[in-house]
Design a protein around this ligand. Structure first.
Ligand code: URQ
Ligand code: ZN
Ligand code: ZN
Length: 480
């Protein structure tokens, strides 16, 4: 399959320049002005459009079993919706259930993802510790292209791990050249506040936010940053939603610690007023962890993206329909946690980021694609428009507008958290794996066209450096 993207302006994380892009067999082979169209090449018009690397969403949960439900977007519907919004790759989470090993979970998710319409990869969750867990982390890194392991400091009794497991697992990941993703909320504090709220008869969705105040995220972020510092290990904190956690990350980076932070499109533009909605189902539809915050926290999140202290944007796409949410009708702790956004992340970031002058188009590319590719070690295969890179491109119309709605979205869920928002900036066309799969409203995704993207371990030198730094006896202290 040969495809020539003609007449656009290429935008990468570093620069923008007028050029055509020639793709053959899923790979970009040439970039330059006025390229000849080889015979039988499909010519795709990019006149007036920006040609950017396809978005990479580092945080999704397609068909995830959670809180007694299964998320309603599966790997085909979820990746197809992503493509309609310009996202050409997702990194999902393989999470071992009771009695399932890490390798078992990886195999389970691999089977589920075979239907994906666009490329995907998996972080693997560590939900407990044993010699087997340690060994399987090694096998996953060595043989299965996994270089990141997820840890939940919340969801007590389900996914939560304690400091001992964090120390062992983050230390093991460092040895292996892998990085750890962290859901940073103090799970014990959450359970304590949930019980107090229920005891006080406060059972609605508004109690969800009250049971997870900003300090609960701030404390956990500080704690895991300290734990990583003890080990000299890099960490990646997911869905940072508060100024407390953003501040902790910025301070750690100012100390020279390798701490990364991820922000969700949802937390950048939505606030806690959503839980005050008189309609129970509407308020419940916004129940996710961490919850939406008082509006002033958004300022710290945008500042983090602009300053580079927060590096990636994601959606934590984990959607449940109203009947699934309604399971928590009388007890907010039973409402399956999760919201969606995989189709709208890029438009939200462009409209509220570039449209407001907070971000340049190059920085937009950085926080929607390039940084994720670099942090998870798949750059320059992914995350850039360059010869040799995968032909995953979004042809972006910076001037067109659309109104986000459940009536028109492609996500397999009966609610859209951005309902009614008018946004400027949208994916006019999307190319995934060298094929035109979204063309001006025409979704042409193919079941199973997506490929598993192995992510190699980080270079041994980085590991050795960190270990040596940490284990060297302080100056003037004689070795015994
Ligand atoms: O915590 C997560 O990332 C998963 C379980 C999705 N749900 C959510 O509310 N964020
Ligand atoms: Zn989480
Ligand atoms: Zn998540």
């Amino acid at each position: 399959m040969t495809l020539l993207v003609r007449g656009g302006t290429v935008v990468t994380a570093d620069r923008s320049f007028r050029a055509d892009v020639l793709c053959q067999g899923g790979t970009i082979v040439q970039i330059g002005p006025d390229l000849e169209a080889p015979s039988r090449a499909e010519v795709v018009d990019a006149g007036g459009l920006l040609v950017m690397p396809g978005g990479i969403d580092p945080h999704t949960h397609m068909e995830m079993p959670f809180m007694g439900q299964v998320a309603s977007d599966d790997f085909f519907t979820g990746t197809s919706a992503g493509v309609a919004g310009g996202t050409t790759m997702i990194i999902d989470f393989a999470i071992p259930g009771a009695g399932t090993s890490l390798l078992g979970a990886w195999r389970e998710w691999s089977a589920k993802a075979e239907k994906a319409a666009a490329d995907y990869s998996f972080h693997v969750a560590v939900t407990g510790w044993s010699e087997q867990v340690s060994e399987e982390m090694g096998t996953l890194v060595r043989d299965h292209g996994v270089n990141s392991f997820k840890h939940f400091m919340a969801y007590k009794g389900a996914l939560m791990v304690d400091d001992d497991v964090l120390l062992r697992s983050i230390g093991r990941a460092l040895e292996l050249g892998a990085i750890c993703n962290i859901h940073a909320e103090n799970g014990d504090a959450v359970v304590h506040l949930q019980q107090r709220l229920l005891a006080a008869g406060i059972t609605g969705p508004e109690a969800h936010a009250l049971s997870r105040p900003p300090v609960v995220e701030g404390e956990a972020a500080q704690r895991v940053i300290a734990i990583a510092s003890v080990l000299g290990a890099p960490i990646y904190i997911v869905h940072v939603s508060t100024e407390e956690a953003a501040g902790a990350i910025a301070a750690a980076r100012a100390r020279g610690e390798r701490v990364y932070g991820e922000v969700l499109a949802q937390h950048l533009v939505l606030d806690e007023s959503v839980y005050q909605n008189a309609d129970w189902a509407t308020a419940a539809a916004y129940v996710m962890s961490p919850p939406f915050r008082p509006r002033h926290h958004q300022k710290a999140l945008w500042a983090g993206l602009v300053s580079g202290n927060l590096q990636t944007t994601a959606t934590d796409h984990c959607v449940f329909c109203a009947p699934q949410k309604a399971v928590g009708r009388d007890d907010f702790t039973k409402i399956p946690n999760g919201t969606g956004g995989v189709e709208d992340r890029l438009s939200i970031l462009w409209h509220h980021g570039v449209g407001t002058g907070r971000l340049t188009p190059e920085e937009f590319v950085r926080v929607t694609s390039t940084n994720t590719a670099q942090i998870f070690n798949i750059y320059p295969r992914k995350g850039v428009v360059a010869p040799g890179s995968d032909a995953d491109l979004v042809l972006w119309d910076a001037h067109a507008s659309r109104t986000i709605s459940v009536k028109t979205h492609h996500q397999n869920v009966d609610f859209n958290v951005f309902e009614g928002m008018e946004v400027t900036g949208l994916a006019r066309r999307t190319i995934a794996g060298g094929k035109l799969v979204w063309d001006d409203g025409d979704l042409r995704t193919v079941r199973g066209a997506g490929c598993y993207i192995p992510r190699p371990a980080f270079s041994p030198s980085m590991q050795a450096l960190a270990i040596r730094n940490r284990l060297t006896a302080p100056k003037g202290v004689a070795r015994r």
